[in-house]
Every structure is written in C-alpha cells, then in structure tokens.
Design a protein around this ligand. Structure first.
Ligand SMILES: Nc1ncnc2c1ncn2[C@@H]1O[C@H](COP(=O)(O)OP(=O)(O)O)[C@@H](O)[C@H]1O
Ligand SMILES: [Mg+2]
Length: 306
C-alpha cells in the first residue's frame, strides 16, 4: 500500500510546494515510485517547481469523469520514478469542492499504485483543506521560524485535530448526543476538550476508542527557511509543546536552511536539489527524505517476514 504524505502548514509562502517537490524527487531518486499531487486547488503552482511549463489536465479531468482513474491523470516528470498530477485546470472556485467530489478524490488518492503519494496542501483551515490533510494517519507540517508562521501552524494543527475527532465520531456508533454535539460544534464553538467531556458524559464506553484513534495520528514538523542565527531548538520546543497539549503524536523531522538561491531555482524552473545538490538546504532535505524512507523500509521489511 502507498504511503501517503500530506504536506500542509496553514500559512502560504512557508515552502510547502518547494519541500513537496524536492522531497518527492529525493524519494524517487532512492528508487521509490512516487507521485506528487497538487492539492492547493485554488493556487496550483507545483508544476513550476518541477519545470513543467504547460501541465496536462489532471484532477479536473478526473472529477469531470473525462478519465475514470486518477492514475491516468499522472504524467511523468524529468525525474525518473516521479509522476505528477496537476490541478491547474480546475475552476477558480474549486477549493469549495462539494462533498461527493472530495470523497471520490480522497478514495482515489488512497488507491494510487505508488510507493509514496505526496500531497501538496493549500494554506488556511477550510474543512476541505483539512480533509485532504487527514487522508492518511500522518502529515507533515511546514513552518518558518517566524511568529506569524508558528501561529498559523498551531491554528492549523488545532483545526486538523478537531476535524479528526469529528471524523472518528462520525465513523463510529457514538451516542446520538455526542453525534449532535459534533454536528453543532462549530456553532457552539466546542473545542476538543469539550467534545471529550461530552463523550465521557454520554458514551464513556467509547472514550478509549476516541483516545486511541486520535493518538495514532502523527504530525511531523519541518522548519523551513532557517537562518544561521535562528534558535536551533525551536523545532524540538514546538514538538514538546504540542505533545503536552494534544493526544496525537508530534515529531520533529528537522530544519531546512534558508538559501537565497531557492528563488533562482524557481525562476529557472529547475528543482533546487538538482541545481544545487551540494547546498546545505539540499543536505537538509536529503536527511528528511532519508528519515521518511527509513520508516517505509522498516515497515516493508516487517511485511516481508514470513
Ligand atoms: N529554504 C528556503 N530558502 C529560501 N527561500 C525559500 C526556502 N523555501 C521556500 N523559499 C521561498 O519561499 C517562497 C514560497 O515557497 P512555496 O513553496 O511556494 O510556499 P507555499 O507552497 O507554502 O506557499 C518561494 O518562492 C521561495 O522563494
Ligand atoms: Mg504552494
């Protein structure tokens, strides 16, 4: 089964697309079959990072039933083993995708026949953005070491966490009072703690199910655009704060150095790690790809045990 890696973070301009494109290429160069999806439906630009000038219609063709499988929307890239699915031809209001279309797309993403499926997620906390992020049991959070970016990352985590709790409750036979509370949660401004209180009160037998399900979800931090004088412990500190406040698991994958040549690589439509393989930022990205790939190798080895 493919390992799905959604890459979000709440704020625009922090480097989600830069990291998605380069991590996908690095995993592909390790011999994995990788597909990269542009799920920033209102602001697709991932093709430019890959040097694709006129991307073929991808997600839009699939949603409009011009093709009957999402796999057919994947096009090869200049990197061997790396395919790409664009959303650039989706209509302007596509970020408001209706429920059936979103469910169809998410189900199709889960069935893509690759080793890795990387999802470049848009900014903000719209529920469609959160649902793309929650396609798998883990997701990457990209954050720049600036207060605005950290604020937006925490806001995104809080929203994704709450959305995950609601999805778990909707998928299971919780007491009607719990289901009603979740449906009305936005109006009543209920947070995760209030929802847990309602579960304890009306459906104590399922409290454990909720806690175990939410504790399986993993958020993996990446700090991008880190300058030499930055706080070297910021990523670990963010991880520790989140582990204290939420029941999900938080990990820190590492820093990616700020490099002014990132902009040059985007202008010349060449992947940064291809153009500047010896840069510190390329080494940082390679180390993160190595960590992600290592976990895959361990789980693959476990599957191979007779
Ligand atoms: N490590 C980095 N060093 C320097 N600039 C970066 C780095 N990562 C991203 N950038 C800059 O930030 C801009 C936004 O990156 P992008 O990946 O498009 O963000 P997002 O997808 O989160 O909106 C890029 O145009 C690039 O110039
Ligand atoms: Mg982007």
């Amino acid at each position: 089964m493919a390992e799905i890696l959604p890459i979000g973070g709440g704020k625009g301009g922090v480097g989600k697309s830069f990291i998605s494109a380069n991590l996908a290429a690095l995993l592909a160069r390790r011999g994995r079959r990788v597909v990269l999806l542009d799920l920033d439906l209102g602001g697709s630009n991932l093709h430019t990072f890959l040097g694709i000038r006129t991307p073929r219609d991808g997600i839009n063709s699939f949603l409009n039933k011009n093709i009957n499988s999402l796999e057919l929307a994947a096009v090869p890239t200049q990197i061997s083993n790396l395919a790409f699915i664009s959303s650039v031809h989706c209509p302007i209001d596509i970020a408001n995708l209706w429920h059936a279309q979103k469910a169809k797309l998410i189900n199709a993403i889960r069935r893509l026949p690759f080793d890795y499926v990387l999802l470049d997620i848009g900014a903000g906390t719209h529920f469609n953005t959160l649902d793309f992020y929650l396609t798998a049991e883990k997701g990457i959070i990209v954050c720049a070491p600036e207060p605005t970016s950290i604020e937006n990352a925490f806001r995104f985590i809080k929203a994704a966490y709450l959305r995950k709790i609601k999805l778990i409750i909707k998928q299971h036979a919780f007491h009607p009072k719990v289901k009603d509370a979740v449906v009305d949660a936005a109006q009543q401004q209920l947070g995760a703690a209030e929802i847990f209180d309602i579960v304890v009160r009306y459906d104590p037998g399922r409290e454990m199910l909720l806690r175990e399900s939410i504790s399986r979800f993993q958020f993996k931090f990446v700090l991008n655009q880190v300058r030499k004088n930055g706080d070297p412990l910021l990523g670990e500190k963010m991880k520790n704060v989140c582990n204290r406040h939420f029941s999900s698991q938080f990990h820190f994958l590492g820093n990616i150095a700020y490099d002014e040549r990132v902009s040059d690589s985007i202008v010349s439509k060449t992947l940064f790690t291809v153009q500047y393989p010896d840069a510190a930022a390329s080494a940082d990205l390679a180390a993160i790809a190595g960590q992600l790939n290592q976990k895959k190798s361990v789980s693959q080895r476990l599957c191979e045990v007779p």
